[in-house]
Design a protein around this ligand. Structure first.
Ligand code: SIN
Length: 585
């Protein structure tokens, strides 16, 4: 098997991976592996913006940003990590501007800012304009800029290489095994440091804003290697996915003045969040939409969706600030949002949980913060944790940029002081990968990937989505155990080597089933409602029993082991604003 050496291997070419690469380039020999072309990474789909208390539109402060983030998280976010992110945000935006991101501007030339859900001034007083943007293509322009900067700094790219496993030696992570999609050949990448920036995992749900690639490969590989996943029960449904398609319609549409209406034409968010209405955090808006549907106030002949009404916005404003969603509405639904409201429904959008890390992106293995040397993670695959039980819109691009850079800096320090020479490469992971591929391709009988995946997506959508209860979650856990066995018995009929997508999907399916088991089991254990985790049978938040993170391991027999980890509440000891309390908006 071919072995390739680089000092640092970054897996994933979205914003977290590229920001780390830019930090490392010129100091270390750094390579980025991606199963896609980098510019197709899912960060490019983030539309509405990136938050930072720049105060360009009105008075603002990082402390108010931290307050909103912690309150929005339903008090599960770690305080120090949130402080790090919000304090660094203004610097990070100016840095992006200097790297070449073409932000939208106010007339005086400063970076424009718009309101977004849950972002307020003066500790919850009223919505604040905190989200910087480039029309509704913010992730897209950030991705292009960082890719250009990576090329300028001679980062090595391995496009269309899918990572299949980690390599480990003497307790350190020191490489990965990957398959080159074009040839089907396996390659071992040997390194002194490995970083995962592999993104999210929304493809386990039937309706999602996530791209086809978002199959949680990094999470699955972590689980296979005995690394836990944190807070996996918290999965965000974005309130406005295009009806029946799940394609994202940015929250900026409401930030710019759009409102949600039920089938009776009522602006129903006035009832659920009287103070900030349509700009309440996503967990609250998504739940409110489903309450309207449950009470028979949906729109359309089936009363099964609500409407996003932009008709009060001028045609010019929509064209300037929301061109992407205007074209989505026209292309996919054949409607002009200036004339008629857009039919929408919540869509699975974002994972708050992931591989646990410290604020420098170092992967941690237990509640005490024990590290696994040589291994970093950042972005949606990671759980720092700054989003707790519910992420505020426009905090995710910020998370990618801030913690991608911090991981890059920390890897530099590690390589300069700790790991001066590469540790010898062990071949056991390559043997494991080869064995797995041979078993999928060598079978004469077995189910197809699609049949198992469809059932998985149905279970997750029906039982592990916005509303949950004991019976549905227990049923999901049982069904997932069966799906795990079915997935292991898949037969790949395509025997070709070049771009064998059937094989790749079979491998992705193993990850999907494994992390879905963790999601369902942590959701079953957590007998309370908090943020995106809404239990019909335990409708209240229970801080006495559940103000803690969950931390789950996948045992060798395929069972999930559930443990817990304390939440960092350090700000609450000195500031009353940060003490957990009932969330009202
Ligand atoms: C949006 O524009 O609503 C999506 C961006 C995000 O999830 O923060």
């Amino acid at each position: 098997m071919q072995v390739v050496y680089h000092d640092v291997i970054i897996v994933g070419a979205g914003l977290a991976g590229l920001r780390a690469a830019v930090e490392l380039a010129g100091k270390q020999d750094v390579a980025v592996l991606s199963k896609l072309h980098p510019l197709r990474s899912h960060s490019g789909a983030a539309q509405g913006g990136i938050s930072a208390a720049l105060g360009n539109a009105e008075k603002d402060s990082p402390e108010w940003h931290a307050y909103d983030t912690i309150k929005g998280s339903d008090y599960l976010a770690d305080h120090y990590a949130v402080q790090v992110m919000c304090n660094d945000a203004p610097r990070a935006i100016i840095e992006l501007e200097h790297l070449g991101v073409p932000f939208s501007r106010f007339n005086d030339g400063r970076i424009a800012q718009r309101p977004f859900g849950g972002h307020t001034r003066n500790f919850g007083e009223a919505p604040v304009r905190r989200t910087c943007y480039a029309a509704d293509r913010t992730g897209h322009v950030c991705l292009h800029t960082l890719y250009e900067q990576s090329l300028r700094k001679s980062v090595s790219f391995y496009d269309e290489y899918q990572v299949l496993d980690l390599c480990r030696a003497e307790g350190f992570v020191n490489g990965v095994v990957a398959i080159e999609l074009k040839t089907g050949r396996l390659v071992m990448f040997h390194a002194r440091a490995v970083m995962f920036a592999t993104g999210g995992y929304g493809k386990a749900w039937k309706t999602t804003s996530n791209a086809f690639a978002n199959t949680g490969d990094g999470l699955g590989i972590a689980l296979d290697n005995g690394i836990p996943l944190q807070d996996m029960e918290f999965v965000q449904f974005h309130p406005t996915g295009l009806y029946q398609l799940g394609i994202l319609i940015t929250e900026a549409a409401r930030g710019e003045g759009g409102v949600l209406r039920n089938g009776k034409g009522e602006r129903f968010m006035e009832r659920y969040a009287p103070s900030i209405k349509d700009l309440a955090p996503r967990d609250i808006v998504s739940r409110s939409i489903y309450e309207e549907l449950r009470d028979g106030r949906g729109a359309g002949s089936m009363k099964d969706h609500v409407l996003l009404d932009l008709t009060s916005l001028s045609r010019e404003k929509i064209a300037e600030k929301l061109p992407e969603i205007e074209s989505f509405a026209k292309i996919y639904l054949g409607i002009d949002p200036s004339d008629v409201p857009i039919p929408v429904l919540p869509t699975c959008h974002y994972a708050m949980g992931g591989i646990p890390t410290d604020v420098n992106g170092r992967v941690t293995l237990d509640a005490q913060g024990k590290e696994i040397p040589g291994f970093w993670a950042a972005g949606e695959v990671a759980c720092v944790s700054v989003h707790g039980a519910n992420r505020l819109g426009s905090n995710s691009l910020l998370d990618l940029i801030v913690f991608g850079r911090r991981a890059g800096k920390d890897i530099n320090r590690f390589l300069d002081r700790v790991c001066l020479a590469p540790l010898p490469l062990a071949t056991d992971s390559a043997d494991r990968v080869r064995g797995m591929i041979e078993s999928f391709m060598g079978r004469s009988a077995g189910e197809t990937v699609a049949s198992v995946r469809i059932d998985l997506q149905k279970v997750m959508m029906d039982r592990v989505s916005v509303f949950r209860d004991e019976q549905g979650l227990s049923d999901a856990v049982e069904k997932l155990a069966v799906l795990q066995e079915r997935a292991a018995g898949i037969r790949v009929s395509d025997q070709s080597r070049s771009f064998n997508t059937e094989l790749l999907e079979a491998i992705e399916l193993q990850h999907m089933v494994n992390y879905s088991k963790v999601v369902a089991l942590s959701a079953l254990k957590r007998r309370e409602s908090r943020g995106a985790h809404g239990r019909d049978d335990y409708p209240l938040r229970d801080d006495a029993a559940w103000l803690k993170h969950s931390l789950c391991f996948l045992e060798e027999n395929g069972e999930v082991r559930h443990t817990e980890k304390p939440v960092d509440l350090s700000l609450a000891s000195s500031r009353a604003e940060f003490v957990p309390k009932e969330r009202t908006y």
